[in-house]
Structure formats: structure tokens, C-alpha cells
Design a protein around this ligand. Sequence first.
Ligand code: DHE
Length: 554
Amino acid sequence: MKKLVRNTLMLAALPLAVATAYAAPAKKQAASAAPAAPTLSAEDKAATGKVYFERCAGCHGMLRKGATGKNLEPANTTKLGQARLEKVLAYGTEGGMVNFDDILSKKEIANMATYLQMPAEAPPEWSLADIKGSWKLLIPVDKRPTKQMNNVNLNNIFSVTLRDSGEVALIDGDTKKIWAVIKTGYAVHISRLSTSGRYVHVIGRDGRYDLIDMWTEMPTTVATLKAGFEARSIETSKFKGYEDKYAVVGSYWPPQYTILDGLTLEPLKNVSTRGNTVDGNYHPEPRVASIVASEHKPEWVINIKETGMIKLVDYSDLNNLKEITVNSAKFLHDGGWDSTKRYFLVAANASNKVAVVDTQEGKLAALVNTAKIPHPGRGANFKHPKFGPVWATSHLGSDVISIIGTDPENNKDNAWKVVQELKNHGANSLFVKTHPKSENLWADAPLNPDAKLAGSVTVYKISELGGDAKPEILDLAAAADLGKTKGIQRVVHGEYNEKGDEIWFSVWTGNKTEASAIVVVDDKTRKVKTVIKDKRLVTPTGKFNVYNTMHDIY
Ligand code: DHE
């Protein structure tokens, strides 16, 4: 956790509208403020608002209500006072707040301490009309090829986030060569695939959404829009009859999800997620976390972070949109399907729970208690030698991998409980991974403050999990041989190739001026097969194999 904020630094340049909102003098507040109330000049306030948006909002929220990070409203911050806040900002805390003394100047830290004691101001809204205004259909559907115009094995392409350069690299998994580098929004958070496997959908942290066609001779962006000022999730429609028809994008700000035409990105419907939390209190900023598409129904599972509500959204009739709202726990973050794709498991990270929703019945199946701060990515499904079908998550707050039984029909006693906790090589893990053809379960720990742990992965042999399983720990940062770098070399996000016989990890230095790499490990021998190094590979983080992402294989 400690490094979480640091790793979310460097967002896109602040949109002008937001900058203006920050700069706007708050006349009312100034008039009613007590004489000694902390204040900044309009210029400092605008600059500090930009820093807040870039470095703090991901964890603390735009309105500073808190989620992954603490509530930073004046009621709390003024109690701490200027000196204490400056200290926390400079040196961090044991509770997970990162230190900023190496990133921000003394003046910036002092200004931020003041800014946090001033009332939070809401950035502007971004309506359906705004989204429509930003929409560009670069190549209409009838001007696109009707067959694949290249000889690339699209199923084994990896869409790789080049976080700090605002691009994705499409890497050919067969040749390990970069096929294309495509300009996108800033720090693309995830890539998802159209059901046909033809289109890559990518969402930038700055809300820019790009649709990339892979049937053209070289991959081409065919449509783009701005869904909001901050976003993390997208998904396509996967139910029979709706393949490639719709897409959905979830925004952090404004808190809303937007349904789009899947082939053109034409914005069709915008739904606010503001409302009451599971505790019954109104929340003005319930951000959209993970989204998955059902293969069994025309339905998306849309997880609302701050409210702890899981929305099952039926997209078969957009004019009469039906939503089932499932109460779970706070704060919802990332998750994935079980192997049958009936149950969706999502981390409720502040509650140290995994919520399980039964999408067949449209209700909560269980809230599973876990170790501190589960963070699964999409998790890992496999057959445990003792407990039957299971799903695994690693943890930000604990050095364990939790294994949860997922088969209430044939393994009822094991279902929806942690049946085993395996030791991970460190806490501060983000992702676990396996593949139906693999015998291995992998976990990273990229946010660990210890460079050695952040650069390593743990791997277990699944068949040994019923007995005395001994993990192997591989130092993949060392294997990448990048030499000395200023930033820690974080090994993050395992992703399998189409065949399931290689697992790829990013070695992310967190600094766009320094070299990064992707290490390809032979899954059987666990030996490094290839290290992909290329000047264009700037801060790679998430990797999404086309075939595995299309079919939710994890
Ligand atoms: Fe992520 C998934 C939000 C920080 C890399 N991240 C997700 C999802 C959400 C989310 C809601 C699920 C999307 C889905 O499945 O639809 N991430 C956030 C944050 O709010 C947070 C904590 C802070 C922030 O400001 O963004 C955050 N995430 C990070 C990083 O610092 C990471 C390591 C590097 C980066 O590129 O920003 C990072 N997040 C990822 C990746 C996934 C992801 C690679 C997809 C995992 C998968 O296998 O599907």
C-alpha cells in the first residue's frame, strides 16, 4: 500500500475545465471562513489542485471523501493542522501513506497541507452531450476492411499499457516483436477485447477511450471519445446476439457509466452512480470500479466502489434499462469470474472481504472474510487437489494468497470460504495468475518497498497444494538485467499467452526516462525464455492477451 500513491502519480495533464474549476475563487467560502482559515492565492490553489488531481485523487477521491486513502475533508485535516500535515505529506505514515519529499518541493508540500484544510471543490460534470461532443468516428464501419488484411496471429497479440507515454504497444506473442505502438489516453488502465477478437478497447486514466481495429494492415484507431475526467474500466457485450454491439465505460469522475455503440463508440446512454452506500448514507462520488460482461445473459456486472453496491445491468433494452442492485461491502475494486462464469468475485478491499454475486439468481451469494486488502486483478481459477474448483486472490495488505472454494454444488463445504492461505514472498501484491493449461499459480508483490521483493514473483505447483507445497521465488527483475535504475524495478501483472505455456511479467521502473522490460517465462520449466527490451517499451504495466481476455481465461 505504501507505494500505491506514488505509482499512481503522473496522470494526464489536467483538463482545462478542471484547472479552471480549481482556479475559480470560492467567493462564498471566503466570505464565511473564519479569519484564520487556511487560504492560498488563486494561482497556488490552481497549481495545488492540479497536483492533487494528478497524485492524490486516485486513492482519496476528487471530493476527498476517502476510499483506498483516508478522508481528507477539512473536518479531519484541520484537526491535524499545517505542521502535522506537512510532515505526513513529506514522510508518509505507517498506515500506507507514501512520502512525497522526493517528488514535491517544500513549497508544494506546504501548499498541499493548506489546500487539504480548505473545502474540497467538485470538478465539472461531463454529460452525455459533452461525451457526444468529444466523440470522433475516425473510420466509419463501411470504410473498414471486411476481412483481416494482415497475417498476424491476432489471438496471441498482447495489448500492453505503456503507462507514462500514453500509449499501448501491441506485441506479437509468437515473434515477441512490437507490432505497433498506438497513441492513447494517459496511462491506459486496462485493455478489453471485442467478442470477435478484432477490436481492442482501451481506456486512459484521463477518460480517453480508443477503439483499435486489428483487421487493418497495421492496427488503426477507428473511434475515440472522452468519457469523463478520470476512468479505469471498460467492457464489451459478450452475450450471443450482442457480440461487438455495445461497449460500456465506467468513470471515476464524474461518477457514472456510459453505454456506447461497440463498433463506432457513439455514446448512447449515461447513467449516474451517485446514491446511497450500503450503510444508507448518501455519497456524491461513488466511482465505477471493475466491470465484466456475462456470457450467459445480456448483462454487465458493474461494481460501484464507494457505495459497495454491485449493479447487474441488463443491456437488452437501453430505453428501459433494468438494473439489479446487490448490496455487498465497501470499497469495491477489482475482480473476476469463477470458472463457470456464473459467479463474480470482487474485492471489497476496505472491508477485507471478497463479495460473491450469483449472476444466475441475481443476488449476493456470500461475503467471504479474507486477509487484509484483497487485490485479485481478475483472480485465478483452478482445480485444487483437495478442495475442488477454487479462485485465488493475493493481497496488498498481507503476504498471503487466499484460496476460496467456488463450487457450491459439488463441494458445498468448501464453497465461499477461504480454504487455504498460501505464503506469498511479500505483501503489497497486486495480481495472481494461472491458466487452465498450466500447473502453476503465480503472484507478484510490485508495491513492496523492498526492491528485492518488488522485483520477485512466487510460484506454486497446483498439484502440490493438497500437501506440503513449497513455493519457488524468482527474481525476475534481476533476470531482466536492466542495470541500476533510479526507481525500484517492480515486477507486475502476469499474463499468459494464448497457448498457456508462457507467462509474461512487466518490469516497471516507474520512470519514463529509464529502461523497462517484459520478461517471458516458460511456464513448465519456470526459466526465462526471452526478455523483451525496446526503447519504445516505456513503463509497461498491464498486459492483455487477446484470446485470454476475449474468453475471460484466468
Ligand atoms: Fe489499477 C485494474 C483501479 C492503481 C494496474 N485498477 C483495475 C481496476 C480498477 C483499478 C477499478 C479494474 C478494472 C476492470 O477490471 O474493469 N488502480 C485502480 C485505482 O483506483 C488505483 C488504486 C489508483 C489509481 O489512481 O489508479 C490503481 N493499477 C494501479 C497501478 O498503480 C497499476 C499497478 C499500474 C497502472 O498502470 O496504473 C495498476 N489495474 C492495473 C492493471 C489492471 C487494473 C494492470 C487490470 C488487471 C487485470 O488483469 O484485469
